[in-house]
Design a protein around this ligand. Structure first.
Ligand SMILES: Nc1ncnc2c1ncn2[C@@H]1O[C@H](COP(=O)(O)OP(=O)(O)O)[C@@H](O)[C@H]1O
Ligand SMILES: [Mg+2]
Length: 302
């Protein structure tokens, strides 16, 4: 089952019009001291009540961040570090226990309906009509967003083409496509609905190297040509390094460091490792390698 927030949306005014009332022209996203815990009875955690109860997981643990308009912001973390929970908090799919999120000056809780129209989320479990083709699925989705049939027919092949999906693949049932291909269709769909803020939850996990590059180039293009702000999560160090303007490293629900890839690597440099890679930097900031971090988490954490 896929889930984008798409299904819940109705055709509304063009998203770009909404941003003209924005009072914080440089901040696309402002998250303030966000907390989300799971399990262990009460969901509400107060600052002084920490540490959390025994069987409680602090999925997002006092996270604050600002994402500038037109930025590609990466959240890098092991499985179970809280990336998806953070994305769901930022995209109105989950209520925080405490803390606030503003998207272009609108509060995700109070102004949920406005915020929903400005963003789109792509996650690994994207939902489609599997018997229909990519083209048909995208026609359906764009209609919900008020795109006319003519422009949809023109733009759908362009978007799919940019992601490396050839025209002859567009009209076959989606269920015959690989997971990687379906992931690309999900990204194309999110793009076609022209979100001003796009959240991509591990957009390249499980893709072959060629498809990874297609998706990465597509994200760069999206930012360049459509003034989109992108938050993406990944556990691919090289990808975060190459693609993101700034990166936050998340470990056990906490942001342990934030900065440009160059800043993080420079900060991690030492006598022993004068020119660290992003992987070295991850070790320095979290005290363990990605593999070790993943072993510490429950196996099914997603
Ligand atoms: N709906 C949920 N119910 C209970 N625990 C959850 C739920 N969603 C996430 N968690 C837990 O919160 C932590 C962070 O999970 P998640 O945000 O999915 O991490 P990531 O996306 O980085 O893999 C994990 O320990 C996970 O098991
Ligand atoms: Mg996840």
């Amino acid at each position: 089952m896929i889930q984008t927030d798409q299904e819940e949306r109705t055709a509304g005014p063009l998203v770009r019009e909404i941003t003209t009332t924005d009072t914080h022209p440089h901040d696309a996203v402002v998250a303030n001291d966000l907390v989300k815990a799971f399990g262990g009875g009460s969901q509400r955690i107060f600052r002084r009540a920490k540490p959390a109860k025994k069987d409680q997981v602090m999925a997002v643990d006092h996270v604050s961040m600002r994402i500038a308009r037109n930025e590609i912001y990466g959240v890098l973390g092991a499985n179970g570090s809280g990336k998806s929970t953070l994305i769901r908090l930022l995209s109105t799919l989950l209520l925080p226990d405490s803390g606030t999120v503003g998207i272009f000056g609108y509060d995700v809780v109070r102004d949920e309906r406005i915020v929903k129209r400005m963003l789109n989320r792509v996650s690994v479990e994207a939902s489609f009509f599997k018997k229909l083709s990519p083209f048909e699925n995208l026609m359906y989705a764009t209609r919900l967003y008020g795109l006319t049939g003519a422009s949809a027919r023109r733009e759908i092949p362009i978007a799919l083409g940019r992601l490396g999906i050839a025209p002859d693949r567009m009209h076959r049932p989606l269920e015959q496509m690989s997971r990687g291909m379906q992931q690309k269709v999900a990204i194309a769909r999110a793009f076609l609905t022209a979100p001003v803020f796009l959240l991509l939850d591990e957009p390249t996990t499980g893709l072959d190297p060629r498809s990874k590059v297609d998706v990465q180039e597509f994200v760069l293009q999206l930012r360049r040509e459509h003034d989109a702000t992108v938050l993406l999560t990944t556990h691919d160090m090289a990808e975060a390094d190459a693609l993101c303007d700034r990166i936050a490293i998340l470990d056990r629900g906490r942001v342990v460091v934030e900065g440009t890839p160059e800043e993080l690597k420079a900060q991690a440099a030492s006598h022993d490792i004068p020119e660290p890679t992003m992987e070295d930097a991850f070790m320095v900031f979290t005290g363990r390698s990605l593999e070790e971090a993943e072993q510490d988490e429950e196996p099914a954490a997603r």
